[in-house]
Ligand binder design. Structure first.
Ligand SMILES: [Cu+2]
Length: 280
């Protein structure tokens, strides 16, 4: 099949447009805060950091696509126009100042256009704003414990629940936070290294024994948000999900009151508990 240059260009453009449409439509059917069947794009965002991550991902995707298409176009031009048959007497040119300056300068500008938003995102993630609430998440083999040092100093364990939906993500006691508030998350490990990750909030941070790591998120929507331990930590690594329930301020205040009573009476759920046994 013979194609003119224009036809080939239009076909490539068509493919690129189809690819972009797939990316844009990938999350259309997804439920907020959890993975969806056949999902292959990022989870829908529910925090400013994740908004930025998605924007940056799309920006890189467009940049990479354009660069790849340009290089592909150049390669095809070389193959078609400058093969031995089409171009029997090759040019002896060795230097072209304009082209040499251009192919140095343009990549530098592209790298700057990537580096600037990249560093802005890094600082956004690392620089915790003034926190409204602190939650300490301790990774244990194989479940999480959540402590609320600001609100009456209680701590409780959060274990995967077999009969709760979604499968492998539902837990008995969820971490609860108020909506539109800056939540400082401190993480540590009680036995081995775990990692605290919630895709919709754009957070993923190691929970290391003997260290206190810190990250933050501001949930902009109420609802359930799920994540998983993201550091191989032993045989039940896949079965220590993270479930965060985002509620209104009033609901949060009510929950704190019940939680204080509920978890205060459980001796396994004191601040001192850091053992490797599962308290049920
Ligand atoms: Cu783990």
């Amino acid at each position: 099949m013979k194609m003119s240059k224009g036809q080939m260009g239009r076909q490539l453009l068509g493919l690129a447009v189809a690819g972009m449409a797939l990316v844009a439509g990938g999350t259309a059917s997804a439920e907020l805060g959890q993975p969806a069947p056949w999902e292959w794009t990022l989870q829908e965002s529910a925090s400013p950091v994740m908004d930025y991550i998605i924007w940056f991902h799309n920006w890189l995707f467009v940049t990479i696509t354009l660069i790849t298409l340009l290089v592909l176009g150049l390669l095809i031009a070389v193959v078609v126009k400058f093969n031995a048959k089409a171009n029997p007497i090759p040019s002896k040119t060795t230097h072209n100042t304009l082209i040499e300056v251009a192919w140095t300068l343009i990549p530098v500008l592209i790298l700057v256009a990537i580096a600037v938003p990249s560093f802005r995102l890094l600082f956004l993630q690392l620089d915790t704003p003034k926190a409204d609430l602190t939650v300490k998440a301790t990774g244990k083999q194989w479940y999480w414990s959540y402590a609320y040092p600001d609100n009456g100093k209680f701590e409780f364990d959060s274990l995967m629940s077999q009969d709760k939906k979604p499968r492998l993500l539902g837990v008995d006691n969820e971490m609860v936070v108020p909506v539109n508030k800056v939540i400082r998350v401190q993480t540590t490990g009680a036995d081995v290294i775990h990692a605290f990750a919630v895709p919709a909030f754009g957070i993923k941070i190691d929970a290391i024994p003997g260290r206190l790591n810190e990250t933050w998120f501001k949930a902009t929507k109420t609802g359930m948000f799920y994540g998983q331990c993201s550091e191989l930590c032993g045989k039940d690594h896949a079965f220590m999900p993270i479930a965060v329930r985002v509620v209104s301020d009033q609901e949060f205040a009510e929950w704190v009151e019940t939680a204080k009573k509920k978890y205060a009476t459980n001796p396994a759920n004191s601040f001192a508990s850091a053992g490797g046994t599962v308290a049920q």
